[in-house]
Design a protein around this ligand. Sequence first.
Ligand code: HEC
Length: 468
Amino acid sequence: MCMPSASEGSPKQGGTQQRRNVNVTQLYNEYCGKCHGTSGEGGGGGTKSLLTRDKFDQKWDKPFFDAIKKGVPDMGMDPYGETLSDPEVWALVVHLRELQYKDLRAKEPNRKAGSGPHKSTHHDYRIEEVVGGGLRTPWSIDWLSDGRMLINNRSGAMNLVEKGQIVGTVEGIPVSAEQGQGGLMEVAVHPNHKSNGWIYLTYTEPASSGSGGMTKVVRGKIQGSRWTSQQTVWQSDQKYYNRAGVHFGSKIAFDGKGHIFFSVGERGSNMGAQSLETPYGKVMRLNEDGTIPNDNPYVGTNGAEKATWSYGHRNQQGLIFDSEGNLWDTEHGPRGGDELNMIQKGANYGWPLAVWSINYNDSPFRTPWATDGKTMVQPVFRWLPSIGASGLDLMDGKAFPKWRGDLFAGGLAGNNLDRFRVSKGKLVEHEEILWGMGRIRDIRTGPDGFLYVALNGPDKIIRLVPAK
Ligand code: HEC
C-alpha cells in the first residue's frame, strides 16, 4: 500500500475521490490498530473493545462512520475525513463489522443448530428432516393444492414429493441452462391452483443461438406427473441473454389482485440495473397472463422495459408480500450489504451507485448513500457482513401463532435463518432464529403451518415444528 500515515499530514482527499490499490485491512491495521487492536479488541490509547453485540446493530453504522470521519477529539481520536475519502471511511466500518461478526460467531457456538429443541423469543421449536436425499441443489419448494410438494433443483429436475418421499420427477418441464448460479429456479403455485391449475416457473433459458442464457418466466399445469399447457409469461429480447453466470434473480410473488411480480437480477451488468431500458436488476410486474398492466410506472416512458416495477437491484433471491400487502425483497450485496427492501412502485434501489459493501478484493467501493443527488431507497435492514440472502417468506400458517405475519429470511454463506417483524414498511423486530445447519436456499410455510427450509450443502428439506 502506498499511502502516507495519518500523522504525516496526508494530502486532502475527502469526499468521494478514489485512491487506487487501497487494501482495507492494511488501512485499518496501519491507522487504527494501534488503539483499537487488529481484531477490534481495543486496549491501546485507553480504547474499549468494539466487539460488542449491541454495536453490531445497523443503528451503529452512521455513528461509526461519523466517529471515523469526524474523530472523537475529547477521547483522543483524530478525525480522518480529511485524509480518507468517504468510501474509504465506509470501508473501515465494513471492516469493523467483519471483525465483530468473526468474534460473535466464535463466542456463540451454542447457536449452531441440531434438532433441538431450540429457544427463540416467541416460540421454541424443533427441527425435523423432511426430504433427506435425492436432491441436487434444491432451489425452490411449493405445494400443489392436492398436497404434493414440488421441489425445483437448480440442476434441472422438478421433484414430486409425497409424505417425505420423492415419488417422481415432473416430465416435460422446460430445459434450463445450468450456468453458474442459473438453472431451474423458482416454482410458485398460483394461490388459486385448485380452480385454475397454474404453476409458474422461472429458469435460465439458453440463448436461441450461441451460448449464454437469461431468466425466463413460464406457467403451465401438472397432470399426473406431466407438465402441460405451457405459456410464456415473460422473456427478454435475445440481446440481453449473456454468458455471465451470476445474478438471475428469479423469485415470484402474487399480489392476489391479478398480478405476478418477479425479480430479474442484473446479470453482471452493474450499471444495467440503473438503465430503464434493460431488463437487468428489476422487479417486474405483469398481469398473471403475461400482459403489461397499463398502470405500471414506466409504460409511458420511451424505450423503457414496460414490465418494470422497481429498479437498481443486484440479485434479488427473496420476494414476498407481507400480510399488509407490502412487497419485500432480499438481495445480495457483494462483500457486505445484503438488503431487505420494501419495494415501492417506480423506485430506484441504488445498485451499483449506493452500496453498503466493499469490493471482494478488500478495497473500498462506495458509500450506502448516493453521491450524485439521485433519490435511492434505503434498505429497511442490511446484513453486514453478507449472508448471501436467499429465500424470504411470510409466516402465514397456524402452527406458530406468535410468528404469524413475520417474515423469515435465509442466508447461503451465512447459514442463517432470520425473523423480521415489520409493520407499515418499518422494522419492528429482528431476531436470528438459527444458524449452522447449512446454506439456506428457500423458505416456505407448508400447508400444515410448519416452516419448511430448503438447504443446499447438505442438500435436504427440513422443517421447523413447535417444541411441545
Ligand atoms: C489514538 C487512538 C485512536 C486511533 C488511532 C483511532 N481511534 Fe477510534 N477511538 C479512539 C477512542 C479513545 C474512542 C472512544 C471510544 C472508546 O474508548 O473506544 C474511539 C472511538 C471510535 C469509534 C466509535 C466507537 C463507539 O463505540 O462509538 C469508532 C467506530 C472508531 N473509533 C474507529 C476508528 C477507526 C476506523 C480508526 C482508524 C481510521 C480509529 N478509530 C483510530 C481512539 C482511537
